[in-house]
Write a protein that binds this ligand. Structure first.
Ligand code: NDP
Length: 362
């Protein structure tokens, strides 16, 4: 038996109110079962929405871990190490690093027992860290697919077409900046103004360091002369903005859409401001813009092979130093960690203006 602890919830609500630490034991793996130890698991915005009960995919409440009331384990992605394997396991051995094939399996736990079929083995973990592997499957995959799948880039004109995005300092945003740099797509990045001008400039500089072509604040974008600014950076429109990535909504999203060249796409993948996306009719009628949505969970379930290949590609870029780590706020999860403290770190996820994404490391 292995002793394990998991952050579970048995009703929906705020993480600090509904998450608790549940201790249980895991038996030796049988058949195709695999016993795992947590390395790193991030706290993503969707994880909190799921616990609040406002996310469309809801892991079922179950009694499998022996909780007094049926419950679900929080978290949707993470890197785990294989501790032991059942006799029927074919492709995994002790010491391998794995991630979960699908979201909704519950990753905030010190140990887990899962079926081999639910896991993706990291074929080559050389020069990769648990953080890089534990955060690869949601944010980078989302950015990668949105850039590749919604727009017919003219690859012959590398460096002469743009994408615009809000939430540019998010995990997804930082990934989009770096893919843009790798693939010859210029990026116009929108972030929220920070507390002081110095902090705002530091954030802009940080994103430029990652490869951002231009960074503006939401406040600057919503001013009257943003149009002129866009005209100028895109060389009077000779370098069209072909794609907008929106995770904010509201006025911010409307402003992104207005910068797009005719026949372009705006992909909405998040709603951080909780404001609806409002679109001037003219953009639909005269500019023939298309408005799409993207959800990586659904996409991954439909395209499992492509998802694995996308992950491989991102990890290859990471290994070769072309894809950098997100800033993190590391939460050490030791055997003695208390439930309320762990739940409190989850609670902070949607706070805004954070210096880094919360990640559990065990
Ligand atoms: P991070 O936790 O890395 O970053 C959060 C981002 O949201 C920051 O840029 C933050 O900006 C911004 N933000 C927070 N609150 C607000 C607000 N009230 N108004 C405007 N912006 C705000 O996020 P992720 O990269 O993990 O996720 C980013 C978005 O993408 C989320 O909405 C998430 O749900 C979504 N997502 C969607 C996926 C899909 O498949 N559809 C997959 C992955 C993510 P600031 O620093 O200024 O607070």
């Amino acid at each position: 038996y292995t002793q394990a602890k998991a952050l579970v919830y048995s009703k929906y609500g705020e993480p600090k109110d509904v998450l608790s630490l549940h201790k249980h034991s895991i038996s030796a793996p049988h058949g195709t079962q695999v016993n795992l130890r947590l390395l790193t698991a991030p706290m993503n915005p969707a994880d909190v929405n799921q616990i609040q009960g406002v996310y469309p995919s809801k892991p079922p409440f179950q009694s499998t871990l022996g909780t007094t009331v049926p419950s679900a384990v929080g978290g949707n992605e993470g890197a785990f190490e294989v501790l032991s394997t059942g006799a029927g396991v074919k492709n995994l051995t002790k010491g391998d690093w794995v991630i979960m094939k699908k979201t909704g399996q519950g990753t905030w736990r010190t140990h887990a027992q899962l079926d081999e079929s639910q896991l993706i083995r990291i074929e080559n973990k050389d020069n990769l860290t648990p953080l890089q592997i534990g955060t690869v499957s949601v944010n980078p995959v989302t950015a990668y697919r949105m850039i590749r799948d919604f727009c017919n880039w003219d690859w012959m004109r590398a460096g002469e077409e743009w994408l615009i995005q809000n939430g540019a300092n998010s995990g997804v945003g930082r990934a989009a900046i770096q893919f843009g740099r790798e693939w010859g797509i210029k990026t116009l990045n929108v972030v929220r103004q920070r507390g002081t001008p110095e902090e705002t400039e530091a954030l802009k500089a940080e994103l430029k360091e990652l490869g951002a072509t231009a960074v503006v604040t939401e406040e600057e974008m919503l001013q009257g002369n943003f149009r002129d600014y866009v005209h100028e950076v895109t060389r009077q429109g000779r370098e069209p903005i072909r794609l907008a990535l929106n995770c904010v909504g509201g006025k911010n999203a409307t402003a992104l859409a207005k910068t797009l060249a005719p026949d372009s796409h705006m992909v909405t993948y998040g709603a951080m401001s909780k404001q609806p996306v409002a679109l001037p009719s003219g953009l639909l009628i005269f500019k023939n813009l298309s408005f799409d949505g993207f959800w990586v969970s659904k996409w991954g379930d439909k395209n499992p092979e492509l998802k694995e290949n996308t992950i491989k590609d991102v990890l290859e870029l990471t290994r070769s130093g072309k894809f950098h780590d997100i800033p993190v706020d590391n939460v050490e999860w030791s055997w003695d960690s208390e439930g309320p403290a762990l739940a409190e770190s989850v609670q902070g996820t949607l706070g805004g203006y954070r210096s880094g994404k919360g990640v559990f490391t065990f």
